[in-house]
Design a protein around this ligand. Structure first.
Ligand code: 4AD
Ligand code: MG
Length: 427
């Protein structure tokens, strides 16, 4: 008989099914055993009654351990009160009887859980987060595909920095000198717009960030989008529509997961375009009024991002930052960079960084020289401004912060399957 998945139990009411999975929890009271089974698609209760099973099956029940892998054959019934489906067990077999499981029902600290990430991934909350992550990824692809974007995979091994040189993972690259792990595919997908118009990449990026905060990983996933003939304003509209689409899909697909996470869904329901907009100057003024000691010209810290969102219940674009604290490739309007940070509510911080790009060869060349960037490594990037340069904009979405926001999970380490941080590379 074919395996049935727990998500399909309802459609199999009163039928005999074969379930395969892991025993998330179990208990026995006299002649009756209850197994909480997890099979990847969901969770279900399976009931073993000593009087209606053979001796072999009851023996397995008596030897049951948490996280044992099992095969269950039984009949699907409806829970007497809840909208849940159960299985009345006929036979129960071990694939493997699990040893004593290290993650118990008692509270564990984050270090212990991270050390056991390979097992912790099985916990219902972690199951829910990764399924929301999957929805977020698919929703981003769906939105961009429907909007005429082409996916262009950018390289991970690169000869130069994209986002400043202080956070680079460096390695020796044969006889070619040094190579660096990519911090963002942006510069490469800028090259692709002249061939494809609107493009994106989506993959792992690396930053040797010394920051030990709940928002920083050393390896995380970024979706970079780049659009020919988009100015700063048009780029903001695209960003808010994209994020609104993601929230809509999470609400559509992940009701059960959001329940497990005890997520306040009204927060997600409010994620609709248009988002709030402030200039950097307005944001600084508001922060000072809220009691921050931030000064004009300074970058916003994590605390400032959280503080300012007290005023907003949906995302905020902070646009037009002082050029000197932003990246070399941003187009300027006087002393200001035509850029934006999208800040999420509830302390999830900056989720998107974007800008219109400098499209003049002369200005970009001068900037690379002034910033003392290695000119040879940027020759190709500069050349893009010589052969049919156009106004263009783009942005990068940090996947883990976006998932954390959707899930209401404050620390990004729970939003990626195997987090890499300055003090963690195992497992
Ligand atoms: O703001 P960032 O540095 O922008 C860029 O890299 C641009 N080149 C993107 C572009 O225009 N195509 O990074 C983009 C986003 C941030 O807003 C944040 O969400 C996330 O990436 N991010 C991190 N997420 C986790 N850990 C880190 N260390 C992160 N650094 C940035
Ligand atoms: Mg940024």
């Amino acid at each position: 008989m074919e395996q049935t998945y727990i998500k399909d139990l309802k459609a199999n009411l009163d039928k005999e099914v074969v379930l395969k999975g892991w025993v998330y929890n179990f208990r026995s009271s006299g002649k009756i055993g209850f197994i909480q089974l997890r099979d990847g698609s969901g969770f279900a209760q399976c009931i073993v009654s000593q009087t209606s099973v053979d001796e072999q099956t009851w023996k397995v029940m008596e030897e049951m351990t948490i996280e044992s892998s099992v095969e269950i054959i039984g009949t699907v019934s409806k829970h007497p009160k809840l909208d849940e489906y159960e299985v009345q067990v006929k036979t129960l077999k071990f694939f493997q009887r699990a040893e004593e499981y290290p993650i118990g029902k008692k509270e564990h600290g984050p270090d212990f859980l991270l050390e056991n990430r390979h097992l912790w991934l099985r916990a219902p909350k972690q199951w829910a987060i990764q399924r929301v992550r999957n929805t977020v990824i698919n929703a981003i692809y769906e939105f961009l595909n429907n909007d005429g974007f082409i996916k262009i995979d950018s390289p991970i091994l690169t000869p130069a920095a994209c986002e400043g040189t202080t956070e680079l993972f460096e390695m020796k690259y044969f006889d070619e000198g040094k190579a660096y792990l990519s911090q963002s595919g942006q510069l490469y997908i800028e090259a692709a717009i002249s061939s494809f118009g609107k493009v994106f990449d989506f993959g792992p990026v690396f930053r040797a960030e010394k920051s030990k905060t709940k928002r920083h990983l050393t390896e995380f996933w970024m979706m970079d989008a780049e659009m020919a003939f988009y100015d700063h304003v048009k780029s903001l509209e695209l960003q808010e529509n994209l994020i609104a689409h993601v929230a809509k899909k999470v609400l559509e697909i992940n009701q059960k997961e959001l329940d497990i996470l005890e997520r306040d869904k009204t927060v997600l329901e409010k994620i609709k375009a248009p988002f709030n907009r402030l200039t950097y100057a307005e944001a600084i003024k508001m922060l000072q009024e809220l009691g921050s000691d931030i000064k004009d010209g300074e970058d916003l810290g994590n605390d400032d991002e959280t503080l300012i969102m007290q005023k907003f219940d949906k995302p905020l674009f902070i646009e037009k930052w002082p050029a000197e604290i932003k990246a070399f490739y941003m187009k300027r309007d006087g002393d200001l960079a035509l850029c934006d940070d999208m800040i999420a509510p509830e302390g999830h911080g900056e989720v998107i960084g974007g800008s219109q790009r400098e499209d003049s060869f002369e200005i970009m060349h001068k900037r690379i020289v002034d910033d003392k960037l290695p000119e040879e490594a940027f020759t190709w990037y500069l050349e893009l401004r010589k052969f049919g340069s156009v106004p263009h904009s783009g942005f990068g979405v940090g996947l883990e912060r976006l998932v954390g926001w959707m899930c209401g999970v404050q620390h990004v380490r729970e939003t990626i399957p195997f987090p890499r941080m300055i003090n963690r590379i195992y497992p």
